[in-house]
Design a protein around this ligand. Structure first.
Ligand code: SF4
Ligand SMILES: [Zn+2]
Length: 328
């Protein structure tokens, strides 16, 4: 049982990521916060995880307790990179009060911090202030902002995701971050709603090409069907299928840069999947590539044989788009 002054985050775990060209020890923390201000993306269930009805001071206390809970539970001195997620925006003051940033700055000083946020909360003042707290001179880039851009195509982002910001908004945030020496991590989403398999691959290839030279780190999420979302409703109607792992491996193999990818829910009907026979081998190859940067495993995947490969080829060839009107 938790003591009164203890508060657990939604989740936290230790792992490894490829960062700045080598494998580094990470600590990922999903904080329960005041909640995402946008709160309407079609595939997102994280937005339901929030405190409601708390005054800013109480919200700050709850969040600070979560951070302290984690730092008591792990050997923080062994961690190199701390990834902070809030199911929204770490730099939205209404969601994460400034006292929480002060505490995080103290607890994680000297680490590399990757903090997720929507672009409208990326401002030089708040980033510069946070860097001052975490930077002890160890790292050239102690802070990265992680933005769920999802795709560089504004129409796909609007129609298939309802994300509520444009590629131009993202680029403005990139400019503001760069002015403070903050790095950029962009999240892309492979196969949101209403795209055929072929369209989804083309969208991702174009997005990767567009982000070349803009983002320091690119992480591609393969779309999963989360509970209680619009996407789940379409999926139950047979109107959505997550991407084939063949598509994911192909996109990664042909990307113009290294791309991180951990196909969550891979091999299951709600995640990127193939036939069930070949899934594990491909997922293992994707994870190995993501951690090592070694593309040869992806080339090996492209030569693998499985009957479902023909099914995938037929889908690419024959699946037709169904119409989304551009205007109302
Ligand atoms: S901005 Fe992020 S947290 Fe908010 S609804 Fe969209 S995907 Fe979910
Ligand atoms: Zn197969």
């Amino acid at each position: 049982m938790l003591a009164n002054d203890e508060e657990k985050p939604l989740a936290f775990w230790q792992g490894s990521d490829r960062h700045e060209g080598r494998e580094q020890k990470t600590l990922t923390i999903i904080l329960k916060s005041g909640g995402c201000s946008w709160n309407r993306c079609l595939m997102c269930s994280y937005r339901h995880e929030r405190y409601t009805g708390l005054l800013a001071d109480e919200l700050a206390i709850r969040l600070i307790r979560q951070l302290r809970f984690v730092t008591r539970a792990v050997r923080i001195e062994e961690i190199e990179v701390v990834k902070l997620y809030t199911s929204g925006s770490f730099f939205d003051e209404n969601e994460v009060p400034s006292a929480v940033l002060e505490e995080a700055g103290t607890l994680f000083r000297g680490k590399i911090i990757i903090a997720e946020t929507r672009p409208e909360y990326v401002h030089e003042e708040i980033l510069g202030d946070f860097i001052t707290r975490i930077d002890d001179g160890t790292h050239e880039k102690p802070l990265y902002v992680a933005i769920g851009l999802e795709t560089t195509n504004d129409q796909v982002r609007e129609k298939s995701i309802d994300k509520g910001f444009s590629f131009a908004d993202f680029n403005r945030a990139v400019g503001a971050a760069r002015n403070t020496g903050t790095g950029i991590k962009a999240y892309l989403l492979m196969k949101p709603l209403f795209l055929t398999e072929k369209e989804a691959m083309a969208d991702m290839k174009q997005s990767l090409s567009d982000l070349s030279g803009i983002a320091d780190i690119i992480s591609m999420n393969t779309c999963t069907v989360q509970r209680g979302t619009d996407m789940e409703r379409y999926w139950k109607q047979g109107a959505y299928r997550p991407p084939y792992l063949w598509s994911v491996a192909d996109v990664l193999a042909t990307a113009p840069m290294e791309v991180l990818c951990d196909p969550l829910g891979g091999g299951q009907s709600r995640g990127a999947h193939n036939c069930g026979e070949c899934d594990k081998e491909i997922i293992d190859a994707i994870k190995f590539y993501s951690l090592s940067g070694d593309r040869s495993v992806l080339s090996a995947v492209s030569k693998m044989e499985c009957p479902c490969r023909e099914e995938w080829a037929a889908v690419l060839d024959q699946e037709m788009p169904w119409c989304m009107p551009l205007t109302r």
